[in-house]
Design a protein around this ligand. Sequence first.
Ligand SMILES: [Zn+2]
Length: 128
Amino acid sequence: MQIDALPLSIKYKIKYPDEFIEAVKRGEIVATKCKNCGSVYFPPQKDCYNCGKNEMEWIRISNEGEIMTYSIVSQKPQGFENYEDYIIGIVRTKDGINLMAWIKGQPKVGGKVRLTTDNMRIIGEVVG
Ligand SMILES: [Zn+2]
């Protein structure tokens, strides 16, 4: 007996705060900063894990960063099979925040990037 297999897919919807999405549309990358103890969170958080308070303010993150590591993605997830290969990297910003970005240009570990957005994703353009 044979049972036909059906491909299954699950889509998760991740809810980012409106403030974050609006900033990305402006080409800015923002984080939250605890008004009580100064801890900075990226991705933005509503509550401070350090001191337990929930009074946060939005701050803009530096758009200068350095590539810590990167991967060239040639095996794409379902739904992205037709995309060209792309590069995902971890970038450490000048103010010490690590974030994931799509890398444009020739990446190298330690290479400098300028962070921007394409209205949807965070982009790290290689500048040196
Ligand atoms: Zn705090």
